[in-house]
Design a protein around this ligand. Sequence first.
Ligand code: PHB
Length: 391
Amino acid sequence: MYENQGRDHRRRAVGAALVAAVASAGIENVVLEKHSREHVLGRIRAGVLEHGFAELMREAQCGDRMDREGEIHEGFFIAYNGEMHRVDLAGHTGGNSVMIYGQTELTRDLYEARDRMGGTVIHEAADVQPHAMDADAPYLTWRQGDERHRLDCDFIIGADGFHGVSRRSIPSNVLREYEKTYPIGWLGVLSRTKPVSPELIYARHEREFALCSLRSQVLSRHYIQVPLSDRVEDWSDEAFWEELKLRLPEDVAGSLIAGPSIEKSIAPLRSYVAEPMRYGRMFLAGDAAHIVPPTGARGLNSAASDIYYLYHAMVDHYETGDDAGLESYSDRALARIWKAQRFSWWMTMLLHRFPDHTEYDRHLQETELDYLFSSHAATTSLAENYVGLPF
Ligand code: PHB
């Protein structure tokens, strides 16, 4: 198994989560990583873990610090027309919730678990290439410095991100791709400030979307919708906080504590799925096969969903010789992935203001929000998707 290459990031937690899980089940594996450990642990990523993902981390014996330091959230808010509407996740899902715990911290825990188990992680692996995936004996080649290496294996897990080599190694007459781009981006700021609200606030506003999120009670993560043409340098910290306040209900804006940014970046919004997620003895996982816009917090969780199916399929293969899970991996993973795609698209369309929006579109959006909060069934649908659909 390996993970390597690309510019995107969920792959790190994904590959690491899978190998932690399979290693705890006694399955030997090797991780190839393009970057150094310091680089991997220096990045700020997602922060909302589905109930089922948190469970998987516990099963892989990597959940202790998450359980100590993470926060269980049983609801979140949607702000619109100056008012806050709470989505009671627990109340609508029979007690389910999400775990607020940074992906960076999770990755750190997974690295430490890897160290404890004596597992191999090859860092700074360059020019990784999978070979013979459609035959019985696949292998990988890569370079480290001037030295060339080869690894023969039973299976290759392509958890190497959207720009990675795995998906690109599947012949074009086999691969099908589905894509939707949105003409907007999110400007994100991390700051060492007390969160404005104990629970997340998604704000739909005439001045465009905003999100108040957090990593802990001393670390806030905020986002505002920006045009794709904006660059990070266009936004001073002052301008960011001022614009964020304008998009929040008055009392929330009044209690917002601003502070210097620790990290600031712009991410474009995109939906993407590649099918199938298996080619011979290579299995795609995470961003290598699919991307969602961040609105429903499904990105890392969609990757975790693949890991859930792959982990169980691998355990069945090695423990009992049952290959049903491997055979059905692509279909089962994709069925759930498409539901996460639908939910992310729906929440994105619900909350953002788009350049081509007509008055009709705005009216429909407001009606959708009114319906959401006047219908128990509609709120339940939102809640059950947000905490994560069953596997
Ligand atoms: C985050 O905290 O980074 C975050 C939370 C919820 C989202 C997206 C991002 O929907």
